[in-house]
Write a new protein. Sequence first.
Length: 228
Amino acid sequence: MPAKNRNKTFVDHTYYHIYNRGVEKRTIFEDHEDYVAFLGCLKLYLTPPQIIDRRFAHTLQGRTLSDAGKTIYAPSRQPNNHGKTIELVAYCLMPNHFHILLRSIEKDSMSHFMRSLATRYSMYFNKKYERVGPLFQGIYKAVMIEHENQFLWVTKYIHQNPHSLVSNIADYPYSSYANYLGKIHQDWIQPENILTYFSKTNPRNSYQNFVDMPLDHPRENDYLTLDK
């Protein structure tokens, strides 16, 4: 992608498409527990502390916590909370990379959030698999969302990612797409600004129909091709 994707001069109140892959294109999610751990970190960092369930919060001083019956990693101290400075719009976790669309409310909030997320998940992964060294391929890439069409295209691209893994992307469990379809509700995902562009009653103008259409617009493909 263009060199601008490596630009780390950020602007407040701006949307960014963030993505990164494993070092040497290695797998960063080996099993279901790993995906749940990454999502658990997102939830911890983005859910306001005062509304985290007591059963969820009381284990923050320990090594693990339970979220919907799943045991995941927790930091040994109260983590930084980014719920007031970051709005997470969409995500998709793939075996060797991830995509996130977020709104950075303060100038440096995205850098702080991504550093917290990458560090915490890398600590979990390296401890679990008894490895050392970087997990991710350098610093994450960040693309500023500069116009309305781009804002819509990137969510479509993110949610279409699992096509190569599942026959129905609506059933993929490690994507925010189910939030957009009303199948699940994660408080720390905010799809509302995207969904306002689509009809809730007319299937032909629904968000699901928009996502189901192939990514074949040349400008979409120019923008959405990852670094090789």
